[in-house]
Design a protein around this ligand. Structure first.
Ligand SMILES: C[S@@+](CC[C@H](N)C(=O)[O-])C[C@H]1O[C@@H](n2cnc3c(N)ncnc32)[C@H](O)[C@@H]1O
Length: 252
């Protein structure tokens, strides 16, 4: 039997080419971008250009490409090679790709020294003229949008993200909220296999992030997305509202 990860990879590889044509998906990335700018202090206090960013589940780069001009560098990771290829083709088509400050790698992030992440961070550092880095690369900000609901071991991934941060770095992770019964409707029935949970739970996320050792943890509603969903098989779709949570935490 295929694992959830294999089901996901197959699904996202198949959807990669048309991913950016889904207007609701694009809207959710735009709303996540606005929420991150509003709630991550570096974007309002003029220091965002110092940030090296890691993005978990970057997909085709809908969020990454908006964030990149505001920061120093961005490394995206994603388990679907189709999504990563779509991301990197966009970068290759930029007017000056060899000076781009972002790149994506196809990897399942299981430790902070992941060779693919280290390789991408080193390549971006060398593009901006840095040479000789004795220590593994670490990040100032970790983002993730619409991906946590696919990850089986939530405490496990948060421990890895903690290790990926420099001291003083922070996470800002967005996903739809498991607000109860209606949350399952976020995915149509044919896309539910491979979904680990129907949204993230506010109190559970707060507890897990606290438990991993982050400081100043906040899990709050960042925005609401309206989405047409199939409430009953064979009946016309209905518009429903899905709240999205932003999970913030800092490493000492
Ligand atoms: C719903 S898509 C969101 C993509 C992108 N963030 C966006 O909003 O357009 C979820 C993404 O997470 C990726 N993904 C699933 N499990 C993952 C994991 N364990 N680590 C990294 N990426 C993962 C999928 O391949 C897919 O690209």
């Amino acid at each position: 039997m295929a694992s959830a990860q294999e089901i996901n990879n197959e699904r996202f590889n198949a959807e990669a080419a048309s991913w950016d044509t889904n207007l609701t998906t694009v809207e959710s990335s735009n709303k996540a971008f606005e929420a991150i700018k509003r709630l991550v202090p570096a974007f309002s206090n003029g220091t965002s250009k110092n940030l090296d960013v890691l993005e978990l589940g970057c997909g085709t780069g809908l969020l990454s490409i908006q964030i990149a001009p505001l920061v120093r560098s961005l490394v995206g990771v994603d388990t679907s090679d189709g999504m990563v290829n779509a991301f990197n083709s966009k970068i290759a088509n930029l007017p000056n790709p060899s000076s781009a400050n972002l790149a994506a790698v196809n990897t399942l992030l299981e430790n902070a020294d992941d060779v693919h992440v280290q390789g991408a961070a080193a390549a971006l550092a060398s593009r901006r003229g840095e040479s000789g880095h004795n220590q593994p690369y670490r990040f100032d900000l970790i983002l993730s949008h619409l991906t946590l609901h696919h990850i089986p071991d939530m405490p496990g991934i948060l421990r890895v993200l903690y290790q990926c941060l420099r001291p003083g770095g922070m996470i800002a992770l967005t996903d739809f909220e498991d607000f109860g019964e209606g949350a399952v409707l976020f995915h149509p029935e044919d896309k539910r296999p491979g979904v680990e949970r129907h949204g993230i739970k506010r109190s559970e996320m707060q507890e897990i992030i606290d438990g991993v050792g982050f400081n100043t943890v906040r899990v709050e509603t960042a925005f609401v997305l309206k989405k047409k969903v199939e409430v009953e098989k064979g009946k016309p779709e209905e518009e429903r509202e899905f709240p999205f949570l932003l999970c913030l935490g800092e490493r000492d």
